[in-house]
Design a protein around this ligand. Sequence first.
Ligand SMILES: O=C(O)CCC(=O)C(=O)O
Ligand SMILES: [Fe+2]
Length: 256
Amino acid sequence: MDEDGLKAVLREAFGDSSDSDCELGGSSNGFEKSQPIFVESYTWEPITEISGLWICRDFLSPDQQSSLLSSIEKEGCFADASHNQAMRFGDLPSWAVELSYYVRESVRSSGYVSELTYEEETIDKGKEASLFPPKLLQREPLFNQLIVNIYQPGEGIGAHVDLMRFEDGIAVISLESSCVMHFSRVENEVDCFEETGKEPKIPVLLIPGSLVLMWGEARYMWKHEINRKPGFQNWQGLEIDQKRRTSVTLRKLGQM
Ligand SMILES: O=C(O)CCC(=O)C(=O)O
Ligand SMILES: [Fe+2]
């Protein structure tokens, strides 16, 4: 499938928010960081109900978030307020290459990478313990597909599993506004429904600057969604004050 074909598939999967697609990476501006390259000690947290789902809430400092946003802005894709999605396949713009580097280093330095093979991990042992299996962490490039989404208050994304065309191992960086992403098991809609009843969705709070990693079960067996309609964005009993939210999703295309 060529890029246009792939974009059409993406559009179908993710709805019409991509009406106004724009190709990122026209300019070669870097991620203008005002922080030294890699100094942080990151705090990683597993979402214990879902194997393969991890969050790092201090992934980007406020300065780094602003720099990333201005790098995205400089791409010029969102100058027109009706544009809300931009994507890039193949060689990523330099700021996204840099972001991928941070992702890899934040995982490497976490101490949560096991020695098990990907196959061993996905079958059973130790799967909760590993933030990202070495096989995924070591691949080159780590990511070669990028989507930037801009959501106005009230806008979100429907429940979905990311397309199988993408390999395992997906990263989502949140900017500007906090939101709750809900996860629900894929089987909910199929045969288990009658036996188990509808399981509650698992809410995960994504604050600006956070990084979510999904692999294995979290990527294939769970759907994720962000419902920003009034009444759905509650965290610990309080409704989140919604602002514009920007997200950066990094994935690797599978072999075609
Ligand atoms: O915007 C987000 O945080 C998630 C986006 C997403 O799930 C996707 O593009 O597949
Ligand atoms: Fe997704």
